[in-house]
Design a protein around this ligand. Sequence first.
Ligand code: MG
Length: 278
Amino acid sequence: MKLNTIPVFTVAVMLSRFVCGQEWKSGVEWQEPPVVTPGEQNNYAPSDAIILFDGTNLSEWDDGDTWLIEDGTAVPKETDILSKRHFGDIQLHVEWSTPVLIESEGQGRGNSGVFLMGLYEIQVLDSYQNLTYFDGQAGGIYKQTPPMVNAMRKPGQWNTYDIFFTTPEFRTNGDVKTSGYVTVIHNGVLVQNHFELLGPTEYTSAPHYETHADTGPIRLQFHGDAVRYRNIWVRELTPPLGRRVSAPYHVPKQVNVQPAATEDVEGDDKSVDESDDS
Ligand code: MG
């Protein structure tokens, strides 16, 4: 009997290769990320946060005793306050509310501000149906960019800022190595997406970088308006840690050699034989 006359179903002992895709490995051995217990609600401080204001006092702040503590909120008075601790890369949560009684307009209505490293202001303003220059409204990086959208709540209601900040880096000669970056979520709405800061936010001059320390205080602005703050916490950010143990590589192909089942030879099962040797 010639080989080519053998019916396919009689090829019971043919070997087939089972070829898997090759998995890629980075060659980096990562440390297990630390466990963090989140707050009961997403605006509550997670277990690794530093509480900067819990409604009782401003002991974490220089000049904190100048502000008014009222009904679990902090109201700006007399001067800006600066966190006693200094921070670099951070996640910052701040809740704020502007006065119900509207006595002015534009920049004069519910003005305050959250300054990262004491230098980079995310504007706090009553921007609910209150026109001003757009890079000076709530969620804006003051005089550098407006927010992408206006996610403002009505006066008297509580707003949330979730801010993600990467510090700028400087070379020893004072040049900027990498700019600072900021992302802002206002009331759950992304309003700044990894915005490249042009330098400290200025009122009277164009922004430009000058060398500063790797860390700095958080500053809350006194601008004469009875803005209220509550529930302020911060997390210091550390990138995932890993070490390279090899160059990237592919895991060698897994090859199984096994008899092909008779009834599968003409079937649709792609696992039987995907080789090109037919
Ligand atoms: Mg301001």
